[in-house]
Design a protein around this ligand. Structure first.
Ligand code: ATP
Ligand code: MG
Ligand code: MG
Length: 555
């Protein structure tokens, strides 16, 4: 339709389809390595690849694990990645692809490279290979093994596979061009020996293909038409093309786009793993992490993440997306969908002295002013209530429209009250506020129509449900922690904020005690909160603050 997102990649695909390229097929793939949890950056690639797969007639997107590096990979990551993609709302059909399923085929292609004179066994050490490769300004030098006869290469490669050599004894290298201005083309390593168990193939293999080789061939094997990847692979494209070209196999087209960078967080798996392993956070799904599983646990909706990805768009320019944009997308979504409730996070007791002691009543409250179909609920009210401590000031500045001695405010959905007394402890801390209410203001309005500016939320003390609330803030206050740490010669973990989690014992209207894990609410005037999916117990939910109502940064 006319509202489909559009960008330079979709334009290329549209043109290809119009020209009948790739026999009219469109096949993309999302190819994570199962060595960590997906993060918000991956969501951009997921939305693009699966989005294209849904958008074009007859198109599809392959879910493929690029699981060619045995040492860091694990089934735990495979499972979490699939769960996250499903949660984001995408579907990969019946089949999950694994690059490790192609190990035999990749090996056979490697033998073909050797037979065609396009690859050789090098016996230099990793250190020597790096040294011989040269730098951007320095031409590379050819390895003395570069001219090894084909028969010897083949024999050595087969013996590598058979497990005759220890790790590092030999590698298979492409024979391309040691003088290439592109360092990636200076006889890149295609296979290395690694005596390690693989999470799917066990001990079947002790040689494993390198990423660029495996990726190019996997794309070709699956008939991927458009291989969409991030900009840092631009310099790898000549090698990607070379592999398919010299083998004479199906040609896929690699197209690069800018990765998503998000402010106030780190996104490389190496850093995320450090946060988990050094216990700066409680796990990969700690609600302060930028992983998809953490965002889900914190209360983010898949729709908000997809909306952000769409707003950021696909381009070739590297930018940093403000976390504020993601939060904006979330508020837009939850404003329409989240039921409202009242909860008090920092309670101050308030006594309504002219309200009978043994009485209580119910007031009707609107569940969502944005959506009448969500109806109303009854909220209990009585003589003693809790209000937010900062909704009261003994000596308020001008323009403070909340409660103060002698002032009248509205208790949301209930009535108008006027402050008559302030009770303090020996240190002068306010412990209690006394008010009178206007019995004619039931529901919140005075019959004489007098204007009352302030409206505050409250919870009946006798009826209140105790809640544990986890008030989260950014794990890093610096907008770009990775580069700030670099600039200051610090480790990025030195920039972790000490205030990223505050645990609060709150009081809530009784309906919140029945919240189910994962339920999202707006706590009126405070923000959006989500019942934690791990730690909530029946009748005793634990709430995560997902996001405040308004971003203090933006004001
Ligand atoms: P990281 O660099 O964060 O450790 P990765 O690139 O190693 O992640 P992969 O599992 O290889 O993680 O990524 C799977 C796919 O997701 C790749 O196609 C990769 O380009 C893409 N991707 C990873 N990070 C981002 C990002 N920040 N923005 C867009 N796409 C990304
Ligand atoms: Mg990777
Ligand atoms: Mg990477």
């Amino acid at each position: 339709g006319g509202n489909e997102p559009t960008d330079f990649i979709r334009s290329i695909i549209t043109d290809d389809q119009a020209a009948g390229a790739y026999d009219g097929r469109v096949v993309t793939r999302f190819p994570p390595e199962p060595n960590g949890y997906l993060h918000i950056g991956h969501a951009k690639s997921i939305c693009l690849n699966f989005g294209v797969g849904e958008q074009f007639p007859g198109a599809r997107c392959n879910m493929r694990f690029d699981d060619t590096n045995p040492t860091r990979e694990d089934i735990e990551y495979v499972d979490s990645i699939l769960a996250d993609i499903r949660w984001l709302g995408f579907d990969w059909g019946q089949h999950v692809y694994y690059a490790s399923d192609y190990f035999e085929q990749l090996y056979q292609y490697a033998e073909q490279l050797i037979l065609d004179g396009n690859a050789y066994i090098d016996s230099l050490s990793a250190e020597e290979i790096r040294h011989y490769r040269g730098t951007l300004t320095d031409p590379g030098r050819e390895s003395p093994h570069r001219t090894r006869p084909t028969e010897e290469n083949l024999d050595l490669f087969r013996r590598m596979r058979a497990g005759e050599f220890p790790d590092g004894a030999h590698v298979l290298r492409a024979r391309i061009d040691m003088a290439s201005p592109n360092v990636n083309m200076r006889d890149p390593v295609l296979y290395r020996i690694r005596h390690a168990e693989h999470h799917r193939t066990g001990n079947d293999w002790c040689i494993y293909p390198m990423y660029d080789y495996a990726h190019s061939l996997s794309d070709s094997i699956e008939g991927i038409t458009h291989s969409l990847c991030t900009l840092e692979f631009e310099d790898h494209r000549p090698l990607y093309d070379w592999c398919q070209e010299v083998l004479g196999i199906y040609r896929s087209r690699q197209i690069e786009f800018a990765r998503l960078n998000l402010s106030h967080t780190v996104m490389s798996k190496r850093m995320l793993r450090r946060l988990v392993e050094d216990e700066h956070v409680a796990g990969w799904d700690d609600p302060r992490m930028p992983t998809i599983s953490a965002l889900r646990r914190r209360g983010y909706t898949p729709e908000s993440i997809r909306d952000m990805c769409e707003r950021v768009g696909i381009a070739r320019r590297n930018t940093v997306t403000e976390l504020a944009l993601l939060e904006y997308c979330l508020r837009e979504d939850l404003n329409l969908r989240a039921p409202r409730r009242m909860a008090v996070l920092n309670p101050l007791k308030l006594v309504i002295t002219n309200y009978p002691e043994d009485q209580s009543e119910l007031f009707e409250a609107i569940n969502n002013p944005e959506d009448d179909s969500m109806g109303v609920r009854q909220v209990p009210f009585s003589r003693e209530i809790y209000i937010e401590r900062d909704d009261f000031m003994e000596d308020p500045p001008r323009r403070f429209y909340r409660l103060a001695p002698g002032r009248e405010v509205r208790l949301r959905y209930a009535c108008l009250i006027t402050c008559t007394d302030v009770i303090k402890d020996a240190d002068g801390n306010v412990t209690e506020v006394h008010c009178t209410y206007d019995p004619n203001s039931r529901g919140g309005n005075a019959p004489d129509g007098r204007r009352v500016q302030g409206t505050i939320h409250w919870v009946s003390a006798a009826h209140a449900a105790p809640l544990e609330v986890r008030v989260y803030d950014n794990l890093f206050t610096d907008p770009s922690p990775a580069s700030a740490a670099d600039d200051a010669g610090q480790d990025f973990t030195d920039l972790i904020s000490p205030d990223s989690l505050r645990i609060v014992n709150a009081w809530a209207e009784p309906a919140l005690a029945d919240a189910s894990p994962g339920d999202r609410y707006q706590f009126e005037r405070l923000g959006y909160f989500c019942a934690d999916i791990r730690d909530s117990k029946p009748g005793a939910p634990v709430f995560n603050r997902t996001v405040t109502l308004r971003d203090s940064w933006a004001r």
